[in-house]
Design a protein around this ligand. Structure first.
Ligand SMILES: Nc1nc2c(ncn2[C@@H]2O[C@H](COP(=O)(O)OP(=O)(O)OP(=O)(O)O)[C@@H](O)[C@H]2O)c(=O)[nH]1
Ligand SMILES: [Mg+2]
Ligand SMILES: [Zn+2]
Length: 286
């Protein structure tokens, strides 16, 4: 199967059984408002220089631009930059909404304790892997999740996405960046999405983003939000009112589970914030 590994300035690099070839896309895609992205399965013209067809997508993300994802590795560092559980929850929710398995990956546990993050996601149903490069802890777990899948990293600039890719596949020698002392975050060392064949699967390195962009990953209608928090599942149907939004209604089983410590406080706070954000969205933004 041919798929796009990278697109730059109107050129696409397509992996074929004969190797990677440089192609352009037919004008018809632009007319239809379709942009080919990394991960797209494509059919090429007989001479192998044109993308003739984009095969049906399982899913597509605008930022990072990638299609047909199976697994999204959401990379968070314990510090530099400091993680935001709201941003992480927006990302996990977006993944689930688009039928992608989210996996949280915690880096820089050598610089600050990772317990807070680990605690916030205990019982969430979202897998969390802690990395320790000195012992290699966590790497085999990640390798096992990549096998046979199309995966991508996402997360703020400087969290260590390219560093992790290098640990998994040292031969790639990906460029990594210094953290700005002033801003405490990275400086967008990686510029394009690019897919590599790693550990029997495919893994995309992506440019980091600023926190504000996380909610642009996808807009989830407020009614659907509850289904993007796996740990709410067991309580559906137990609220006093049908159609409960799990905010301030009396007899809400989800809120009671939060009070009893069965659902994480930061997770629930993210749900409320995302619900507010979705409610405030204008019709034309939905
Ligand atoms: N101490 C420590 N430093 C790390 C760890 N992981 C990454 N770093 C450092 O963090 C800095 C940024 O790492 P990158 O891998 O370039 O980050 P990135 O997520 O690819 O950033 P962008 O490409 O800008 O999105 C580099 O100096 C890495 O050496 C870690 O687990 N511990
Ligand atoms: Mg990078
Ligand atoms: Zn409820």
């Amino acid at each position: 199967m041919n798929y796009i590994v990278k697109g730059i300035g109107g050129f696409y690099y397509v992996r074929t059984p004969e190797g990677v070839v440089e192609c352009k896309a037919r004008g018809i895609f632009r007319k239809r408002g379709i942009t080919p992205v990394a991960g797209d399965n494509v059919a090429l013209s007989p001479d192998g220089t044109m993308i003739d067809e984009i095969l049906p997508r399982k899913n597509v993300f605008i930022r990072p631009p990638i299609a047909n994802l199976d697994v999204l590795f959401i990379v968070a560092s314990t510090t530099q930059p400091v993680p935001s559980t709201l941003v992480l929850d927006q990302l996990t929710a977006a993944a689930i909404y688009k039928d992608v398995q989210p996996v949280l990956v915690v880096t820089k546990a050598d610089l600050a304790a990772a317990d807070q993050l680990a605690q916030a996601y205990a019982g969430s149903g979202i897998p969390l892997v802690q990395l320790h490069y000195d012992t290699g802890e966590g790497l085999d777990e990640i390798r096992a999740m990549i096998e046979g899948k199309l995966c991508a990293f996402c997360g703020n600039s400087g969290v260590g996405k390219s560093t992790l890719l290098n640990a998994l596949a040292p031969e790639l020698k990906r460029e990594t960046g210094q953290i700005s002392q002033k801003l405490g975050r990275g400086r967008h060392t990686t510029r394009e999405v690019e897919i590599f064949e790693v550990s029997g699967g495919r893994l995309a390195d992506t440019p980091g983003f600023a926190s504000l962009e996380a909610q642009k990953l996808c807009r989830i209608p407020k009614e659907d939000l509850q289904h993007t928090f796996p740990e709410f599942g067991p309580y559906f149907g137990q609220c006093r009112f049908t159609g409960c939004s799990h905010r301030s209604e009396t007899g809400c089983a989800v809120r009671q589970a939060v009070e009893e410590g069965k659902i994480g406080k930061t997770r629930y706070a993210s749900y409320l914030a995302m619900y507010e954000e979705a409610s405030a969205r204008k019709e034309w933004e939905r």
